[in-house]
Write a protein that binds this ligand. Structure first.
Ligand SMILES: N[C@@H](CCC(=O)N[C@@H](CS)C(=O)NCC(=O)O)C(=O)O
Length: 239
């Protein structure tokens, strides 16, 4: 191997624009990696309920995030995060291929967990709501078994897995205020990881200041079992 080879792929010099939605957890992954790398970028929020034509032209699946690197549009959050990691020091993914594969596995797990959180807040009745809550706890327990001494997923160094789970845990800052669903019972490592991510500046800065209120309004408008719980919490707060 040429020992003069650069340790990173072609460094990025083009202007970066993150096409975003205010509540999207996949957008947050990219925003966190951009912040960890100290990369300046413009954030352009769109309304996913009324997708603009320019957005549909650059987003083949019609989803956020899209990262514009100059004129080139990159879609899919995992791809965006890996591109940013490959083109900017210091690397967030492990150098060892097997460890990198393990991290990618847990990133997939994080995406499956986001789907389950969606199933939880969209559940139509109390029975389904409680069943999804129990499934989330089971998934959390699986992560607990994969965690070491912390504070982050792989120890002292922040990784792409951390960029994925910061946005996952952020949901629970709002959900935990609605009711105690027992999500965190018996999971000390997971709770410690959640706290470390909540204090990380890149994670804190990945959403607008009014994110909790926006998420609250979004959840309330689902017409789901959780929305009804929220209405009864609000009614008893008023009483
Ligand atoms: N696999 C995609 C998922 C992105 C995604 O589901 N984005 C949602 C918002 S959080 C979206 O754009 N939904 C709009 C739609 O599906 O029409 C990724 O990792 O980037």
């Amino acid at each position: 191997m040429d020992s003069s080879a650069p340790s990173i792929a072609t460094p990025n010099v083009a202007p970066l624009t993150l096409v975003s939605h205010a509540l999207c957890p996949y957008v947050q992954r990219a925003a966190i990696v951009l912040a960890e790398k100290g990369l300046p970028f413009e954030r352009r929020d769109i309304d996913l309920a009324a997708k603009p034509d320019w957005f549909l032209k650059i987003s083949p699946l019609g989803k956020t995030p899209v990262l514009l690197v100059g004129d080139e549009a990159i879609f899919e959050s995992a791809v965006i995060c890996e591109y940013l990691d490959e083109t900017t020091p210091a690397r967030l993914h492990p150098a060892d291929a097997l460890q990198r594969a393990r991290h990618r596995s847990w990133i997939e797990f994080g995406s499956a967990l986001l789907n389950l959180i969606g199933a939880f807040y969209n559940a139509g009745d109390e029975q389904a709501l409680n069943a999804r809550a129990a499934e989330i706890h089971t998934r959390f327990a699986q992560i607990e078994s994969a965690l070491g001494d912390g504070p982050f997923f792989a120890g002292p160094h922040f990784s792409l897995v951390d960029a994925v789970f910061g946005p996952v845990f952020r949901y629970f800052d709002v959900l935990d205020r609605i009711a105690d669903f027992g999500f965190w019972t018996g999971l000390p490592k997971l709770q410690r990881w959640r706290q470390a991510l909540a204090a990380r500046p890149s994670v804190l800065g990945a959403v607008h200041a009014d994110y909790p209120e926006r998420l609250h309004r979004f959840l309330q408008a689902r017409g789901s079992a959780l929305s009804r719980r929220m209405m009864s919490v609000a009614a008893s707060d008023r009483a």
